[in-house]
Design a protein around this ligand. Structure first.
Ligand SMILES: Nc1nc2c(c(CN[C@H]3C=C[C@H](O)[C@@H]3O)cn2[C@@H]2O[C@H](COP(=O)(O)O)[C@@H](O)[C@H]2O)c(=O)[nH]1
Length: 297
């Protein structure tokens, strides 16, 4: 089964049997009106926080590096965030500044990545467990790239974002987010957004099941958590990766988004950017969202 079909099937299965999370069909039906018109500007990577002004090979390697550490939301309360920046943008900006100062890391640099050096680049404590996981993820990326150029790895996927995502998920355990493949899919999407990949099947991608898009849907009444789960999250207690509650939050979000995308006649990929950027609003950030310490989001 193709990767995105597996994600859609998993989400439908989870939604059909969920005990702790449900999709409110009335809120879903009315959500288009609540969302209003789609954002005027198409999704794009912010050039201030992403290293895009470089040779295509270096931009591609930079984005694959960034998306290989595009996780940690379960640790966000424990990291040093930059003023006014979310966890993701704290890490993306630090990596961008390093790339502009020292150049983009090559696969050989990645293979020998140490937590101490990475912590210094990201402005984080050297002994933080998330940084050790980031260093492990970057060494794995260096090994996976081997002697290949990033653009050649992209070319090997032809014009298919899905095939590229399948290659990441098969090649690196830290991308094998079974049933959701959030980072494998967002990596393909980001390479497309940056124009260093010309994928023609981005409409096959689902939303990227992180912890912010489900939170936006919950705040907006489309997802309803049972009282105990809601209290657990509102008390900022963590959820276990792969546990029923964590899977139901992500699965119901993916399934609701698939229905919403069809109803609004937008791609799930565009809907993701719409909802994720909606979630940057302080009103959403002010409410606790689910926290899960894993290497997938
Ligand atoms: N579904 C979805 N999840 C995304 C992104 C992005 C960034 N994508 C860039 C590309 C285009 C956009 O304009 C962004 O500039 C990060 N994340 C996830 O969010 C979480 C952190 O959030 P916060 O606490 O706010 O930093 C964390 O799990 C991270 O993995 C996205 O686009 N979609």
């Amino acid at each position: 089964m193709r990767l995105t079909d597996e994600v859609r099937a998993t989400a439908a299965q989870i939604a059909a049997t969920a005990q702790f999370v449900r999709i409110d069909d009335h809120a879903l039906a009315a959500y288009g009106d609540r969302l209003g018109t789609p954002p005027a500007d198409p999704p794009g990577l912010d050039p201030d926080t992403h290293h895009l002004d470089d040779e295509p090979e270096r931009v591609a390697t930079f984005l694959l590096t960034l998306d290989s550490i595009n996780f940690g939301s379960g640790w966000w309360p424990t990291i040093r965030k930059r003023p006014g920046m979310s966890g993701y943008f704290t890490m993306a900006t630090a990596l961008t500044e390093h790339a502009r100062r020292e150049g983009v890391w090559t696969a050989a640099d990645l293979r020998t990545m140490h937590a101490d050096a990475l912590a210094d680049v990201l402005g984080q404590p050297r002994d933080h467990e998330l940084i050790a996981l980031y260093a492990q993820a970057l060494r794995a990326l260096g090994d996976w790239l081997g002697t290949r150029r990033t653009l050649d790895v992209i070319a090997d996927a032809g014009d298919s974002a899905e095939r590229f995502a399948e290659g990441l998920a098969r090649g690196m355990a830290m991308y094998a987010d079974r049933g959701f493949y959030k980072r494998a899919q967002i990596a393909a999407s980001d390479l497309g957004l940056a124009g260093v990949a010309t994928f023609t099947d981005l409409d096959r991608l689902t939303i990227f099941a992180d912890n912010l898009v489900p939170h936006v849907l919950r705040c907006d009444g489309v997802l309803v958590y049972d009282d105990r789960l809601a209290a657990h999250i509102d008390a900022e207690r963590p959820l276990r990766y792969g546990g029923a509650q964590e899977r139901e939050i992500r699965g119901c979000a993916v399934h609701a988004a698939e229905q919403l995308a069809a109803r609004l006649q937008v791609t799930a990929n565009d809907l993701d950017h719409w909802l994720w950027n909606r979630g940057q609003d302080p009103a959403y950030k002010a409410r606790p969202r689910h926290r899960c310490r894993c290497v997938f989001y």
